[in-house]
Design a protein around this ligand. Structure first.
Ligand code: SF4
Length: 274
């Protein structure tokens, strides 16, 4: 019995470590809430990547029904990455700008974190850097970037007033679509970024941004035209979906719908800014 419980807990911790290191999501005490103490006396967990850390984390000679979260909470730092505690965008960018969690971290020219007003009420989220962005280290600087600047101007925003970033911080070669693992590696950075900016409104540019922000598997046509609400660090943020400017360059007929979308964004911005 003792051996079985040890195995279960050891496997669970390995799984959580794997989950944490691959999806880059910090683990918190609450994740352990439902783990009830075993009936045996002692559990020892060997933490992966650190063979010397055979730690006695649980000893329950006389304790009954104590939850393991009170023990594991002391070990939270084992599951957190340094960037999780960054308190401003500059520190956060410095912390992650050498990231090579995906292969594209080794092929990028420049890391593309994001630009604009770090306290903006409006954040625009695209898909991934292209060739021009990769060279300059800034999002939306090529032809699509110029079109985005014009779209913003048309609704009386300058680029410096809003914040612009992407789901991925590195360029996928040949501008291929982001791979699921790359999104899963990088999106915690985006949510951290958003939790520091604290916007009221997000404009998702293109289906990759929209599907991953909203966790929906719908076509862009079905997602646009209305506001969604997502919670980021306890704050409710409204998300509107529209076409990616690069798609508009290929299909100018979508410009009319985009114009309708961005007018909605401006109207909502004016409403919440009153
Ligand atoms: S895409 Fe994101 S997670 Fe992947 S290497 Fe670049 S910064 Fe790191």
């Amino acid at each position: 019995m003792e051996k079985d419980i040890n195995n279960i807990i050891e496997e669970s911790v390995k799984y959580l470590k794997y989950w944490n290191s691959n999806k880059k999501i910090p683990l918190y005490k609450n994740d352990f809430k439902n783990y009830i103490e075993p009936e045996d006396n002692q559990i020892t967990i060997h933490i992966e990547n650190n063979p010397d850390s055979s730690e006695e984390i649980y000893h329950n000679d006389n304790m009954e029904n104590q939850k393991i979260d009170t023990i594991v909470s002391d070990k939270q730092e084992l599951f957190l990455e340094n960037w999780a505690s960054c308190e401003n965008l500059t520190v956060f960018e410095n912390e992650i700008c050498k990231c090579t969690k995906c292969a594209i971290g080794n092929t990028r020219i420049k890391f593309v974190f994001g630009t604009g007003n770090p306290e903006s009420k409006v954040v625009l989220v695209g898909e991934a850097p292209g060739a021009d962005e990769d060279k300059e280290g800034k999002p939306f600087v090529g032809r699509a970037g110029k079109l985005l600047t014009d779209i913003l101007k048309a609704i009386n925003f300058s680029r410096d007033e809003v914040y612009i970033c992407n789901i991925l911080k590195c360029r996928p070669p040949e501008n291929r679509n982001p791979e699921p693992q790359e999104i899963s590696n990088c999106i915690p950075y985006l949510f951290k970024q958003l939790s520091l900016i604290k916007p009221d409104l997000i404009l998702a540019l293109g289906s990759f941004a929209a599907q991953n922000l909203l966790n929906l598997n719908l076509s862009l046509g079905k997602m646009r035209g209305k506001f969604y609400e997502i919670i980021i660090s306890d704050k409710t943020v409204k998300v509107l979906v529209t076409y990616h400017p690069a798609a508009l360059l290929r299909n100018p007929k979508w410009k009319y719908d985009t114009w309708e979308d961005v007018k909605m964004l401006r109207k909502e911005y004016d409403k919440i800014s009153k």
